[in-house]
Design a protein around this ligand. Structure first.
Ligand code: LLP
Length: 428
């Protein structure tokens, strides 16, 4: 038995040695476990429901295969995510295409591929979809994303349900009625229902009640005035996970029980039939299934101020601390048996003072060459990575039972320059 920090039965120090650092490590078993609990606690408990994984959290072709085999759908938000799903032969009928500024090319791609639903986010999109659908002779299923004017308690940058938001169609009854009218008249668009997404990293389950009530009232109005029968309501994602501190990861049923009860009470109370309910968890599925391994290099002790231990990655592979003040936990993988006698601030290697991964982490005595494992980095790390300072993106290793497979190769310096050209006049 290894004395090093083990993740899913793998010695992380050996993984660091075998694949190099920084390295994203993801557990297939943990992802599958989360999907299973979505099935067992939600899909199998309530009829007429769907679960769609929000692929922006982490998307590769291998991830598409896992999600497909677990029976979940896929939420994509760009041509690139859509292309990834297509290349992985993901069943297109189970894809939901989002985006607050989809281009004509992206919409065309979605219609050509035959995605299950397009979520309309702005008025002009209806005309764009209609003319493409007509030209191709294909009928398109749509949902309208509605801004419910509900503020989720989370970081400002990942709140989306408030009135002042770039996402969704504003909740103005008269203009909404006109849009619905226009869509219902179109022979090329089927308006299946509505979508809302309050925000990300939410811990309150009752926050969904208000938005469900908003949609219920809207559905009632539209039924009375337009005869529209709401078939589907997509309540988005946002289920939070624990990073560091006191906010604990909750079970999926903590959220879905309240959502389903609220839908039933609201719709039945208004004399409406209960629509099909779709959820879109991203972070909750994959966030805790990933860690990132780094090697510690420079250690700087500023007397009476702090110790900075710098790692070989940072902001380019995890921009979340710099962007949202996100807090992570980490362990010195080769010293888990040692007493934590010191406090160090884990800095990245970028030319930015804001490139700090973890402030004030309790650690054993550090040495250059130690391996740091940062926990819960499965969501929005690889997918948000950049090449700032021309630092190649790390590879991704997938742990599946006793096997480890590289599912994304580490970038090379040549990869960084692959698309660059030097104009002739600069070559002399
Ligand atoms: N559905 C829609 C329409 C969304 O916009 C999102 C996330 C989700 C579902 C999934 O949310 P989740 O269950 O993962 O919270 N980069 C940020 C998160 C941005 C989330 C954007 N939309 C972060 O690192 O915290």
């Amino acid at each position: 038995m290894s004395t090093n920090y083990c993740f899913q039965g793998f010695d992380t120090v050996s993984l660091a040695k075998d694949y190099g650092t920084p390295l994203y490590v993801l557990s297939e078993d943990m992802i599958r476990e989360k999907c299973r609990s979505v099935r067992e606690s939600f899909l199998n408990v309530y009829s007429n429901t769907e679960a769609v994984y929000a692929s922006k959290a982490f998307l590769t072709k291998a991830m598409c295969k896992i999600i497909e085999s677990e029976g979940l759908g896929l939420d994509v938000v760009s041509g690139g995510e859509l292309f990834t799903a297509k290349e992985a032969n993901f069943p297109m009928g189970k894809v939901i295409f989002h985006g607050n500024n989809k281009s004509l090319e992206e919409l065309e791609m979605a219609i050509d591929y035959g995605v299950g639903r397009i979520v309309v986010d702005f008025e002009e999109e209806i005309g764009m979809i209609e003319s493409l659908a007509k030209a191709k002779g294909k009928k398109v299923n749509c949902l309208f994303r509605i801004t419910p004017s509900i503020e989720g308690k989370t970081h400002k940058y990942i709140m989306t349900g408030q009135k002042d938001s770039k996402f969704g169609i504003p909740l103005e009854l008269e203009s909404l009625k006109a849009l619905v009218d226009k869509t219902l008249k179109s022979p090329w668009i089927t308006l299946q229902g509505f979508h809302f997404h309050i925000g990300s990293q939410l811990f309150e389950n009752h926050i969904y009640d208000g938005a469900i009530q908003v949609i219920g009232n809207l559905a009632k109005e539209l039924k009375i005035h337009q005869g529209m029968e709401l078939q589907e309501l997509n309540v988005g994602g946002g289920f939070g996970i624990q990073y560091r501190g006191d906010q604990k990861t909750r079970s999926i049923s903590f959220f879905t029980e309240v959502i389903m009860k609220s839908v039933k009470n609201t719709f039945e109370g208004l004399g409406l039939s209960v629509p099909r309910i779709i959820i879109e968890p991203g972070r909750w599925i994959v966030g805790e299934a990933g860690i990132t391994l780094y090697t510690i290099g420079a250690i700087k002790k500023i007397p009476e101020i702090r110790t900075y231990a710098s790692v070989d990655g940072g902001l380019p592979d995890n921009p979340r601390p710099a962007l949202y003040g996100a807090k992570y936990d980490g362990v010195i993988a080769n010293k888990v048996q040692e007493e934590k006698t010191e406090v160090a601030t884990i800095a990245g290697k970028c030319c930015e003072s804001g490139d700090i991964l973890i402030w004030d982490l309790k650690v054993p005595k550090l040495d250059s060459g130690d391996v740091l494992a940062v926990k819960n980095t499965g969501a929005y790390n690889y997918s948000m990575a950049s090449q700032y300072n021309k630092i190649p993106k790390p590879g991704v290793v997938l742990l599946s039972g006793r096997r480890a497979n590289l599912i994304v190769k580490r970038e090379t310096y040549s990869d960084l320059l692959r698309n660059e050209e030097v104009p002739g006049h600069l070559e002399e």
